[in-house]
Design a binder for this molecule. Structure first.
Ligand code: PLP
Length: 411
């Protein structure tokens, strides 16, 4: 259920947004790349470094105890944020990329054999393709892709049953596509895979901070996301994994922190999640992320989702109506908070440079989805991605500037 929210007052929580760029008020529409940070998160980082910076899990002294308590409280908060069964199912990583690399290197090495298949979708980010290519090369497994239908950017679900063969050991899928705005029916996809005993991984980089996420309801085995895309700091990410899987998986990296006992020729590892966290972790990161999660939940993720979707739908319709010949990617309805488009005869980088001069931050390029761009027959798209601090006026200004760019470059 959504509620009335004072979005204008929320926007004032973000110090970075009240500046000018090239003499124009900043309109930040690159939220799919990284989100901005509210003052409470920035303050939490400063507070940690000013008052209780110490290494975790090691010291007996007071500062170390406080840092450790805050670090583990953040883990418990993440578990609640995505409805994991236990904090022990939450591993801190550097981001989505490292979370997926961990699964590919650890679970993949232990479970993949020659002839096995890793099923992915054609709309995956490079971070959910390249780690699987690497482990496939080492284990003799192969990669197969569930097709995307075309510009409307939906998964071709009719093909799924024939692709979910007995050879498939893992099905990896993006929850929300960062270059199309498609929201995939991950609960259904995971259920269909689970019915065949296939392990599932959901890339939640674009979903976790934007909509309510419940890993038990989704029914996935692994769920990966990044703190920096949801008002948290860079350098902190999450891998959720079902406890039974973590118990059976070998460590990812090894060294200090993750051990129980070391001898010159033998080591006993800690239990998960610590077995997967070697060395001194990012400590300020989880602490900042904790505050970010509290902040997002105080606004309400259902409210954020409704706001993001409304802006993206409005942007899609305005671009379709006002930019002659524009090619819009992803579904017309039910899209996440971003629009991705191409204007014939104008390169995405030119549009982004033009928009930048008007104070608007956009992203132009392949968005780390090169295979998808090839499939769609484009080199690059221009992407505007929204968050709850963006406004309808900003979308109007975006559309105005895109029209100006089109006229300028097509003179
Ligand atoms: N997956 C998706 C869908 C993304 O959009 C991104 C980042 O853009 C990633 C994975 C990688 O996230 P990170 O760079 O934070 O590891």
């Amino acid at each position: 259920m959504t509620q009335a929210v004072d979005w204008a007052s929320i926007r004032r929580d973000f110090p970075i947004l009240s500046q000018t760029v090239h003499g124009k008020p900043l309109i930040y529409l690159d939220n799919a790349a990284t989100s901005q940070k509210p003052r409470v998160v920035i303050d939490a980082l400063r507070d940690y470094y000013e008052r209780y910076n110490a290494n975790v899990h090691r010291g007996i002294h007071e500062l170390s105890a406080r840092a450790t308590a805050a670090f583990e409280a953040a883990r418990a908060r993440v578990a609640r944020f995505i409805n994991a069964r236990s904090p022990d199912e939450i591993i801190f990583t550097r981001g989505t990329t490292e979370a997926i690399n961990l699964v590919a290197a650890s679970w993949g090495a232990a479970n993949l054999r020659p002839g096995d298949v890793i099923l992915l979708t054609e709309m995956e980010h490079h971070s959910n393709i390249v780690p699987w290519q690497q482990i496939a090369a080492r284990t003799g497994a192969t990669l197969v892709y569930l097709p995307v239908t075309g510009d409307e950017g939906l998964l071709d679900l009719d093909k799924l049953d024939t692709l979910l063969t007995h050879r498939v050991k893992l099905f990896g899928m993006v929850h929300v596509s960062n270059s199309l705005g498609t929201v995939n029916p991950v609960a259904e996809l995971c259920a269909r895979a689970r019915a065949r005993g296939i392990t599932t991984l959901v890339d939640g980089a674009q979903s976790a901070g934007h909509m309510p996420v419940d890993v038990q309801q989704i029914g996935c085995d692994f769920f990966a996301f990044s703190g920096h895309k949801m008002c948290g700091p860079t350098g902190i990410g999450i891998l959720y994994a079902r406890a039974a899987l973590l118990e059976a998986m070998p460590p990812y990296q090894t060294g200090g922190e993750m051990i129980l006992r070391v001898e010159y020729h033998h080591t006993e590892f800690k239990k998960p999640p610590h077995k997967f966290e070697a060395g001194t972790p990012d400590i300020a990161g989880p602490i900042g992320l904790h505050v970010a999660m509290d902040y997002l939940d105080a606004i309400g993720r259902a409210n954020i989702w409704a706001h993001d979707q409304a802006l993206a739908t409005y942007a899609y319709e305005q671009l379709a109506a006002k930019v002659p010949g524009v090619r819009l990617f992803g579904p017309r309805t039910g899209r996440a908070g971003l629009v991705s488009f191409a204007i014939p005869g104008v390169h995405a980088h030119d549009i982004v440079t033009f928009a930048d001069r008007a104070g608007i931050a956009l992203r132009g390029g392949h968005h780390c989805t090169q295979p998808l761009m090839h499939k769609l027959g484009v080199e690059a798209t221009t992407r505007a991605s929204f968050y709850f601090y963006n406004t309808k006026d900003e979308v109007d200004r975006l559309v105005e500037v895109i029209c100006e760019a089109q006229r300028f470059f097509n003179r």
